[in-house]
Design a protein around this ligand. Structure first.
Ligand code: HEM
Length: 62
């Protein structure tokens, strides 16, 4: 999550163009990971009903 925007800034501001493709790949991988994370959170909430999403939102509730 930190490396993707940092890498993008290196390409943009320092002209580290060789990092461009890696930045693109890492950005897309992060997007797929975020999408899978959200989908699995909804699966836990509506199918497994194990309270995982509630714990994610309120980590310190009982
Ligand atoms: C979480 C934050 C970011 C994500 C998920 C992300 C994702 C991406 C993706 C998917 C591409 C490929 C776009 C395409 O051509 O289809 C891209 C390209 C690019 N991004 Fe980012 N980006 C992020 C932050 C940044 C930041 C902060 C900068 C600059 C300050 C930046 C600069 C660039 C540049 C210069 C390219 C073109 C690279 C090249 O073609 O060689 N990005 N980014």
């Amino acid at each position: 999550m930190l490396a993707v925007p940092l890498g993008g800034a290196l390409v943009w501001y320092l002209g580290a163009n060789s990092l461009g493709e890696l930045h693109e790949l890492a950005g897309n991988a992060l997007f797929v990971l975020a999408l899978a994370h959200a989908a699995l959170a909804l699966f836990h909430h509506y199918v497994l009903r194990d309270g995982l999403l509630v714990r994610m939102i309120r980590p310190h509730s009982a």
